[in-house]
Design a binder for this molecule. Structure first.
Ligand code: SF4
Ligand code: SF4
Length: 192
């Protein structure tokens, strides 16, 4: 597979702007949820307190939602994302630093890049929120090997999570948020 790659300069300045955007959901996949829960030693109830379930009918096509699947909950189809405080800050942001940096969601590790797999090739582009990121255009030209690594992580995670959501949405009759998280935490596809 090819990764189409016009050169772009990027170096994260650690400004935290992408962690403080009300309109930018920090969506999570099953692997993200499992990695955070295991990394912090959280059970399903505690993990749910770090998440929000955004019903699809209440969410304008918010930036960042293009490829993330919605999952069936007791209130309807929803996107799962990290909780945001009233001021728009991510729940894991403290003193402008990420408290879960090494286990942060894939979407945090890939911002401001977005990836797609057309079936023939992997492509990348820039987030619709790219204008908030001062790291773009500064630093060295980003290596294609770095983008390939991120693309593999992002698209691999997404693929497994999409399959999980399809299975869940077609079979689950009691789709509570707690059961979703329990199921994710017991699914070996997410805990490897
Ligand atoms: S907005 Fe850009 S430069 Fe700032 S923390 Fe996020 S990725 Fe880094
Ligand atoms: S998990 Fe960390 S990197 Fe991601 S939005 Fe929250 S504070 Fe920022």
């Amino acid at each position: 597979m090819n990764l189409i790659h016009p050169p772009v300069k990027f170096e994260c300045t650690k400004c935290g702007a992408c962690c403080r955007q009300d309109s930018l959901l920090v969506t999570v996949t099953g692997r993200d949820i499992a990695r955070i829960a295991i990394g912090l030693g959280l059970g399903p109830d505690e993990m749910i307190r770090a998440l929000d379930f955004y019903l699809t009918q209440n969410v304008e096509p918010l930036k960042g939602l293009r490829d993330i699947p919605a999952i069936k909950t007791e209130r309807g189809l929803a996107y799962i994302a990290l909780k945001k405080l009233d001021n728009g800050d991510c729940v894991f942001l403290k003193d402008n630093l990420c408290m879960i940096h090494v286990i942060r969601p894939t979407v945090c590790r890939s911002f401001p890049f977005v990836f797609n797999d057309t079936g023939y090739e992997k492509t990348w582009g820039l987030s619709a929120m790219k204008e908030i990121c001062p790291g773009l255009g500064s630093g060295p030209i980003i290596e294609i090997s770095s983008l390939l690594q991120i693309a593999d992580d992002v698209l691999g995670d997404l693929d497994i999570y999409k399959k999980f959501c399809e299975e869940w949405n077609s079979r689950e009759r009691k789709p509570t948020a707690k059961r979703i998280i329990e199921q994710i935490l017991s699914d070996p596809r997410f805990t490897v």
